[in-house]
Design a binder for this molecule. Structure first.
Ligand SMILES: C[S@@+](CC[C@H](N)C(=O)[O-])C[C@H]1O[C@@H](n2cnc3c(N)ncnc32)[C@H](O)[C@@H]1O
Length: 189
């Protein structure tokens, strides 16, 4: 499975849950491809909260996506609980993480295991019942394999009554192939 088909698979899973008017998070804005997808999915009545540590990414998204639904933060996604308005806590339908480095940008500015795990915990916390968390991890770059292992463990630990967990491994035997994770929170009782 290539990265592109993995992205499509993840997007299909997201569209099964996201409805117009929903509030969602793009935890790694990058060049804004996932952001554009989320902006379209939630429509004008929804909200998309986007995070990236790089000004380059924020500028790129601001230049290419015009939507009143979009709120951008140049911030570490590990701090997302501090940035999201209180009204968003428990109201987030979907949260996307696309880990690694900015395509075409500085390959030394990457997501790191420690802050990724803090951010994933926070994302689980703000998700609403029936919400969905997706992650794509790339074991190919320096530190990526360790991060991917940690994310796998994190997801396996969430496979409780609260979350259904799906891990999408590549069909190839290439250990550097990206891995997709989809966590869906149970419906409220
Ligand atoms: C693979 S790219 C994201 C691709 C993006 N979703 C897209 O559609 O173009 C990873 C992004 O994560 C950002 N990033 C790295 N560490 C971060 C952190 N701790 N918090 C927020 N963003 C981070 C990088 O700056 C980079 O832009």
């Amino acid at each position: 499975m290539t990265a592109i088909s993995l992205v499509k698979t993840v997007q299909t899973k997201l569209l099964e849950r996201i409805q117009k008017g929903d509030w969602v998070i793009d935890a790694t804005l990058g060049k804004g491809q996932d952001t554009a997808f989320l902006v379209t999915a939630v429509g004008e009545t929804g909200r998309v909260f986007g995070f990236d540590i790089q000004a380059e990414s924020i500028d790129h998204v601001q230049q290419h996506i015009t939507s009143s639904a979009l709120t951008l933060y140049q911030a570490n996604h590990a701090d997302l609980l501090n940035y999201l308005p209180m009204s968003a806590h428990g109201r987030i339908r979907a949260c996307m993480f696309n880990l690694g480095y900015l395509p075409g940008g500085n390959q030394h500015i990457i997501t790191h295991t420690t802050s990724t795990l803090v951010a994933l915990h926070a994302a689980c916390q703000v998700l609403m019942p029936d919400g969905i968390l997706t992650i794509i991890a790339y074991p190919g770059h320096s530190g990526g394999a360790e991060e991917c292992r940690a994310v796998t463990e994190f997801c396996q630990q969430r496979a409780t009554e609260e979350f259904a967990v799906e891990i999408m491994m590549s069909h190839s035997i290439n250990p550097k192939a990206p891995v997709g994770f989809v966590l869906t929170k149970g419906k409220a009782a």
